[in-house]
Write a protein that binds this ligand. Structure first.
Ligand code: 2PG
Ligand code: MG
Length: 422
């Protein structure tokens, strides 16, 4: 049984140069492993609390010394020398130690760093790959690899706000392997970079997740260029390469209206707008098409997209079992965006995943816009049977670390990629 000998944390920097938490966990068996946690920018209001120091003189208040101190102090003191038969036992102890609904006392960043470092050390103790350990945690057989959904164009909070919506992603829908999927993405990404730099006369800037951010005049221009890039790369839009959106609409919803392209749409108008995009373009998944608290309008949004595109909840659900249960009951979505740091422990995220699956939903396992070079996300997506994975563009090492890990898992586990939902 894994017995914790030592826990220690330190502050490291993420892909935006902001502090985050890394934790090392050593077990009595000698197994030792480290993990670090990501951080979002377009965060949902219902997310677990990421504890920041708030000292404006250091990292604009974003320091993580308090969270690190909580791992090295009270968490280490409570857990050292203790045995935990399961991940759930460890996580329940962490939740009790924090004692708040949003992990605001110890910080979700502190708690999650311990949760993942313990999982990795436990996998090492068992002598199994991390993806296998994650599968066993959920009691699932290893069956598939997730389908890639990769940022092509970025706007909203991850870019300079050129367009309101946050991500136009491409999906290598007909690729049989991760390897083939990445080669497909490469072809489209560079076709898009060539096309937009010619069209707009500038070398495209890259957004937080490596997506291209040319000065599009409006959202539809970004969709047109995505379709053009897919064709220019020699693929058939919709059949070989499809489009997925992260509308991230909570971030342009103010005073009851969606402020999009000069218009101020009400919820019905927003549903209509999203519907018109899905009709005109090969869009197969729509994330946060409505704002996180626009509960009564999510069911009509889902109905209007049913059979054409997934209704995927990110800020709307926040990987939070209570919100997911409410959304299942209301038939408000049919897919979950799963980000473990929105909830703060692996066990609670696993519960979110189970709930979504039991309702027949699809699951997209997602990175954050602030990431580190850690690659546990790839193992998690495989182990938990994610239908899709969303990591960011094929740019920047914090993204490539996960893509390269998927390639390594594919080579080792020889699993097929999930078929795109028809
Ligand atoms: C999202 C994520 C990842 P952030 O909205 O889906 O793209 O962004 O991590 O900033 O919340
Ligand atoms: Mg999102």
């Amino acid at each position: 049984m894994p017995t914790i000998r030592r826990l220690s944390a330190m502050e490291i920097l993420d892909s935006r140069g902001r502090p985050t938490v890394a934790c090392e966990c050593e077990l009595a068996s000698g197994a030792v492993a480290a993990a670090s946690v990501p951080s979002g920018a377009s965060t949902g209001a219902a997310e677990a609390l990421e504890l920041r120091d708030g000292d404006p003189k250091r990292y604009r208040g974003l320091g993580c010394r308090k969270a690190v101190g909580h791992v090295n102090g009270p968490i280490a003191a409570a857990l050292a020398g203790k045995a935990f038969e399961t991940q759930a036992a460890l996580d329940e102890r962490l939740i009790a130690l924090d004692g708040t609904p949003t992990k605001s006392r110890l910080g979700a960043n502190a708690v999650l760093a311990v949760s993942i470092a313990f999982a990795r050390a436990s996998a090492a103790e068992r002598g199994v790959p991390l993806y296998q350990h994650f599968a066993d945690m959920l009691g699932l057989p290893l069956a598939t690899l997730p389908r890639l959904t990769v940022n092509l164009f970025s706007g909203g909070k991850h870019a300079g706000g050129q367009v309101e919506i946050q991500d136009v992603l491409i999906v290598p829908a007909s690729a049989k392997t991760i390897d083939e999927g990445l080669a497909t993405i490469f072809a489209v990404y560079y076709a898009a970079a060539d096309l937009t730099s010619k069209k707009y006369g500038v070398r495209s800037l890259k957004a937080d997740e490596g997506g291209l951010a040319p000065p599009f005049p409006n959202v539809e221009a970004a969709f047109d260029d995505a379709v053009a890039a897919i064709k220019a790369a020699g693929f058939e839009p919709g059949r070989d390469v499809a489009i997925a959106l992260d509308v991230a609409s909570s971030h342009f919803f103010r005073d009851g209206r969606y402020h999009l392209g000069g218009a101020a749409l009400d919820s019905a108008g927003m549903i209509e707008r999203v519907g018109s995009w899905v009709k005109r373009y090969p869009i197969v998944s729509v994330e946060d098409g409505l704002s996180e608290d626009d509960w009564s309008n999510w069911p009509p949004l889902r109905r209007s997209l049913a059979g054409k595109a997934l209704t995927l909840g990110d800020d709307f659900l926040c990987t939070n079992p209570a919100r997911i249960t409410r959304a299942i009951d209301a038939k408000a979505a049919d897919a979950l965006l799963l980000k473990v740091n929105q909830i703060g422990t692996l066990t609670e995220a696993a519960k979110a995943c189970r709930l979504a699956r039991a309702a027949g939903w699809r699951v997209t396992v997602s990175a954050r816009s602030g990431e580190t070079e850690d690659n546990w996300l790839a193992d998690l997506a495989v182990g938990w049977g994610g239908d899709q994975i969303k990591i960011g563009s094929i740019a920047q090492s914090e993204r490539l670390a996960k893509y390269n890990r998927l390639l390594a898992i594919e080579a080792q586990a020889k699993l097929p990629v999930v078929a795109w939902p028809g």
